[in-house]
Design a protein around this ligand. Sequence first.
Ligand SMILES: [Fe+2]
Length: 552
Amino acid sequence: MADFPIVVGINRTQDGSIAVAVGDAGMYSLQKERITRRKHHWGRLGDLPDRYLPAMPLLKEPVDLVVEGYSSDAEIENLEDYHEELRESLSLKEDARIVQVSHHLSHLYSAFHPSPFEQAAGLVVDNQGSPVRRFTEPFTPPPGASGDLLEVASFYRCTRDGVECLAKQLWHGDWADPAGLGCFYALLTKALWPEGEGNEGKVMGLAPYGDPDALGLPELDVRGHEVLIPPAWTELFARREDFLYEPGGEPFRRAANLAAAGQRAFEHALAALADWLHARTGLDRLAFAGGTALNCSANGLLIRRGPFREVFVPPSPHDGGTAIGCALYGLEAVLGVRGRWRWRDDFLGPDPDESEITAAVGSLPDGLVAEQPDDLIAAMVALLEDGRVVGLHQGRSESGPRALGNRSIIGDPRRPDIQDYINYEVKGREWFRPLAPLVLAEHAQRFFDVDRPAPFMQYATEVRPECRELLPGITHVDGTARLQTVEPERTPFLHALLTRWYARTGLPVLINTSLNGPGRPLTETPEHSIDTLRTTGMHALVMPPYLIRKTD
Ligand SMILES: [Fe+2]
């Protein structure tokens, strides 16, 4: 084995993604959607030569090990073709191996191993992982259990010397008879928005507009580590057309009431699972991943109520993050290397090629003009003070779904009309979708009920009641916000921007939302960001050292 192994991790299911662990301390990751511009784009044959290799030059380096992650879909049937593609596309070293890791174990390696913890309880909850017969971790299923059963929740005790699976909830995969928290939230989402993928965040945003008691729906039935879905819920899901989302009137109220009941049932059941895992492990730290860990409201509750003293949710807790889990599994479990990489920032995209920015700025489409201000931050602050909505494109892209300052849209949170403007004129999305705040870490407690750093925008917390009127752009209807605390080490440009904004306005808070247009994923390249400026109501784009504006 070389001194500096290169391990490639590939997630071949939803939110297809690739990761490269460079030695024991370097990490790169890229989701397929960022290249193809199709949200949640699934992994498929051809991704490596056609998508990832052109976007990530690092993949041309000699590779020691490839770890693939498959889930419950049919892609694993193409295993031989995938392996041929790997051998043709990568420079595999002579003794390089290709191995697989089952789905929940890849989620776990994306959560515990990059966490700051030496030991922790591990929790993975999503709506369907690998079948029992493909598990790559020691696990004894119940007597007589079919090898086709799918993992929907997994519970672990984790130390730096190894992980132990304590329990799993398994499900037969029949959606007419669902089980588990991930399935529950998926069906809740489908009842409100039957079309498309990834609408779970809308449900979470809609819930505070409803009354959780209005429909008389019960709590979920939690038995130890298993979540069962009572008939009142499954019957409701079967007549899903009754609750389709509409932007106003009685249908809106009904949809919001369902979202509220579902969100509450989800939060309470998740809390019960956390209690079970805490009692079982006796540990006071939790690493939590799986698609359900994107639920910022539930994460906020988990952090506030305990029982865990500290909770680490990776910035990519969903399937997109499992490529990183695959790479770390390869490094640690296959090669036996103790990894030193920790998820301290989420700027894991390919290294930017500065010449690409120069080239993109040199061939701007009609209607846009670029300048290089002497003081770029002052120019950006002036635009924000003027009520303008400004994109910010810099450095390596975020690996996860949250824009954290490298592919962001920034605005003034004091303006009561800015949420509507961004939702309608930039994002082309529902009016109720909340926007998130950036806040200088040292001032966070003045404005938010927060007692710890929140660098990854993963949990909702209360905006202090006396600050809500001042911050209409980021205060959700229930008085919460999903904040990002900003420190100079990891995000120097954001810190400098907020500091200057604070000096000008007396307010250390700005709006931060993802840099994308309607129905699109986060931008990746300068061209994507310029196109977002050109085709949406965004007023300007800062792409250091350039400021790009519209001419009319
Ligand atoms: Fe998953």
